[in-house]
Design a protein around this ligand. Sequence first.
Ligand SMILES: *Cc1c(COP(=O)(O)O)cnc(C)c1O
Length: 382
Amino acid sequence: MIPYGRQDIRQQDLDAVIEVLQSDFITQGPVVPQFEAALAEKSGAAHAVAMNSATSALHVAVAALGLGQGDLMWTTPITFVASANCGRYVGADVDFVDIDPDTFNMCPKALAAKLAQAKAAGRLPKVIVPVHMCGQSTATREIAELVRPYGIRIVEDASHAVGGSYLGQPVGSCQFSDITVFSFHPVKIITTAEGGMALTNNSELAARMESLRSHGITRDPARMTHDPDGPWYYQQVELGWNYRMTEMQAALGLSQQERLAEYVHVRNVLADRYDQLLANLPLDLPGRLQGAHSAFHLYVIRLHDAARRSSVFESLRAEGIGVNLHYIPVHLQPYYRDFGFREGDFPAAEDYYSRVISIPLHATLNEANQHAVVAALKKALS
Ligand SMILES: *Cc1c(COP(=O)(O)O)cnc(C)c1O
């Protein structure tokens, strides 16, 4: 089976993890801050806060922005459920903005229309979570221009887009947002097994997120209600969680991130080759946003004929091609239907879902694998 996504673990990664295991600290040691510093530098953000998953980082990010009960959060329906669930963790209501059919990302036109309606109804969101679907940046500048007049805060879910860029800046620089979140799940661009990170240029938000990832505890006298009782002293100043990343995970990530540019390059070479090999088939190929360089986490094809999607998908699996589907629209999940969402609510997302298949794309895929994928696809379509 040629998998749709796979990690690339090399000897230097193994050595780095073993070194940590033989050291004095396997959690809360020096490597987590080193990994944070490396990614803050690569992405051009002032602060980075590592966590045990992107899901945790999204939870902490919206909590740090003060999202809570009675508030509203918007995201896109074409994403992993975690982009929406973070709002629910803090008791906020979640709603969605339909996608742009060319980029699969939140559509700025749909957002403008929904904002006008929300303003008229007197219920604007407090936080918006655009997602960089497949690794291609969302149109964050347009989104920021639309939401800023209302004081709406932006959390970029860049789980797919570590190593990508947008308008000359790395994704993660937070040039148009408050916080950006990365995932290091094994299918993503670089991995720590489980792991995630929140980046920001705002030192207050960074301190709040550091506190929330570790029980709401602080050792900073400036954040305490009175002077420390002694050198052992800490205070719990709010309610947080244990969302810390271990030293082993950080060692793996620190080693992996040295190859970030190489991984993104390889993924783009593979994507360009798919573009050529698939050009004359009855498919729509991924669109490219001008001014953005995708990290190409996923290569998603759309069949012209939705009625054939299931049979093409099954025939590819039968040929040993590990295809997958990203994503089932979040508003149609039973958990979200219970809030009243229905078929027809987000037509572009639902049309997308009816036609897509994710074909294999990862850093260890080779040209022969790609020819095998394309041959199987041609057979399935014929
Ligand atoms: C993978 C993913 C997440 C969750 O990442 P974890 O690190 O597995 O928690 C969130 N959002 C998107 C868009 C993802 O693809």
